[in-house]
Write a protein that binds this ligand. Structure first.
Ligand SMILES: [Zn+2]
Length: 242
């Protein structure tokens, strides 16, 4: 990838003593796309640990705004309490504030946002308004059978104070069906049965997968085919020269 210096507002500089570019040069502004079970959360954590950027998810910023008691937060809380979806316009308002907080200067990684084409269009407008250049939209492309296998084999301790996670193939409890830590029953969550996961994948394909085409048209798509989070990280690091 050829790095666009103008994208970092002249913050980068070459340190002649160390013979390397100041970290600010590697400031990455990314969107992370991928189906449920593709490992977005894990990849986001690993990537932000590498470049010091901040992970931003819609859930987190909504909770943050509600806790901070901002005007937008109060408005959002109303919708959430009624069990309604928070409208895009409100999410964009909260996103606008969040992206201007100082920690975002080190770069950011949008995890699970945008989810729909209208949100992606609104985000493009917002970033232009804030004079922020997006580097890439990274699509983690994991085959459906691997996702199904990964999620259907997960088991969770039913003790709400424990909630330890196991995997019947790669990380089974020592005694079948019994939590190593607390001795409670280890069960398959209702939203992690093959039927439930197939449904979630179908919803993703309908609503969110079109974003891949959207960012491809914008020339921002980086598609990474990989079967493990480590392989995804390696591919992203290579592509982005991190
Ligand atoms: Zn337990």
């Amino acid at each position: 990838m050829s790095y666009n210096l103008s994208a970092v507002d002249g913050e980068a500089f070459y340190d002649t003593d160390k013979h390397e570019y100041n970290l600010q040069e590697n400031t990455m502004k990314l969107i992370l796309l991928g189906a449920p079970g593709a490992g977005k959360g894990t990849v986001a954590k690993l990537l932000t640990a590498i470049d010091g950027s901040v992970q931003i998810s819609t859930g987190d910023i909504l909770r943050g705004a509600v806790q901070a008691g901002t005007e937008l937060g109060k408005e959002a809380e109303g919708y959430m309490k009624r069990g309604d979806l928070v409208p895009d316009s409100l999410i964009m308002g909260i996103m606008e504030k969040r992206l201007q907080e100082p920690d975002c200067a080190k770069g950011f990684l949008l995890d699970g946002f945008p989810r729909t084409i209208p949100q992606a269009e609104a985000l493009t407008e917002l970033l232009a308004k804030l004079d922020i250049t997006l580097d890439k939209a990274v699509d983690i492309d994991v085959p459906k059978d691997i996702i199904l296998d990964r999620l259907c084999t997960r088991r969770t301790c039913e003790n709400s104070d424990c909630q330890s996670i196991y995997n019947v193939k790669s990380n089974p409890p020592k005694q079948e069906g019994i939590c190593d830590k607390c001795g409670s029953k280890v069960v398959q969550r209702e939203d992690e049965t093959e039927e439930a996961i197939s449904h979630r994948l179908a919803t993703y394909n309908e609503k969110t997968a079109p974003l891949i085409g959207f960012y491809e048209k914008e020339g921002l798509l980086l598609s990474v085919k990989a079967v493990s989070s480590d392989a995804v990280i390696d591919a992203v690091k290579k592509e982005l020269s991190l």
